[in-house]
Every structure is written in structure tokens, then in C-alpha cells.
Design a protein around this ligand. Structure first.
Ligand SMILES: [Zn+2]
Length: 156
């Protein structure tokens, strides 16, 4: 369980609208550079460092071949480092960063990443759930699923 916290640094939401450390993976949704209708679902599994990248309708990413990682995985790792900080991402994925790395690409370079089909549909549905909360109309009423956010923790 990773604590929900404000990003360590401002993120580029248009490029990587969703990034999460959950279910033993770093995963997220990365916009296509060329087609606004298309997004990629990218993931890195903790421990094994198996990577996957495919479109939201499950087509394999053309940029991910053998040990060559696609730009989506790099964008995902960069955004994860901005969101969580490099130590938390490296710790979660169990990457030995030795004397430290400066960004997501360097972090991925320390893994022996290999391609393995991943649960893109599961990740994508988590993204859609996440989006649904952004569309909840602002009101004073409590949203039951959000009750665990510690908004009133200091008020008691
Ligand atoms: Zn890709």
C-alpha cells in the first residue's frame, strides 16, 4: 500500500495522465505522441522487472522489442519518479540504484527488463475508475469511496 501524497514535483498530466504503484507493479497510462485517440498502458513488475506496453485495446506496442524499451515505459518511469520520488519507486520495484539515479530512464537502465504480457485491461480499468472521480460534481456531500482521504485529520 502506497500512501497517497501530492506529487514530489509537478507532473505533465497530458502526457502521462495516470501513474500508480499498486498490485506489485509500477503501471500507468501514457498518451500516444502522434494520435490523440490512442493511449498506451505500460507496466513494470516489482522484483522480476518484467515490462509490458500495449494500447488500451490490447495491441502490442511497436516500440517494445526484446530488451529495447519503448518511449512510453521511459515516460512512465520519469513520471513515477516525479510523482513518488526516485527512492520510493526504486524501493517498490526492488531496483538497486547503488549511488543513486537522476530519472526514470536511468532507473530502468538498472533493471534487466524483459517483455512479458501484462494485465493491460486491469490497469486501464483502474485508470477509468480514477477518471470517474474527477467527474464527480463538486458538492458538499460525502463520496463514500473517498472517505479514507485524510482531509479532516487535522480538524478533529
Ligand atoms: Zn510503448
Amino acid at each position: 500500500m502506497v500512501r497517497v501524497a501530492p506529487p514530489a514535483r509537478a507532473r505533465k498530466l497530458a502526457k502521462v495522465p495516470f501513474v500508480e504503484l499498486a498490485d506489485g507493479r509500477l503501471h500507468g497510462v501514457v498518451s500516444s505522441g502522434s494520435d490523440v485517440e490512442r493511449v498506451y498502458v505500460s507496466s513494470v513488475t516489482a522484483g522480476s522487472h518484467a515490462v509490458n506496453c500495449s494500447t488500451n485495446n490490447n495491441r502490442p506496442c511497436g516500440g517494445l522489442r526484446g530488451s529495447m524499451l519503448c518511449k512510453h515505459l521511459h515516460a512512465l518511469a520519469d513520471e513515477a519518479v516525479l510523482q513518488y520520488g526516485v527512492e520510493q519507486v526504486a524501493g517498490y520495484l526492488r531496483v538497486d540504484v547503488g549511488d543513486g539515479v537522476s530519472g526514470g530512464a536511468e532507473l530502468l537502465a538498472r533493471t534487466d527488463a524483459r517483455h512479458e504480457p501484462g494485465p493491460a485491461a486491469v490497469v486501464f480499468s483502474r485508470f477509468l475508475r480514477h477518471l470517474a472521480y474527477l467527474e464527480v460534481p463538486p458538492s458538499g456531500a460525502a463520496v463514500p469511496e473517498l472517505h479514507w482521504f485524510p482531509a479532516t485529520a487535522g480538524v478533529r
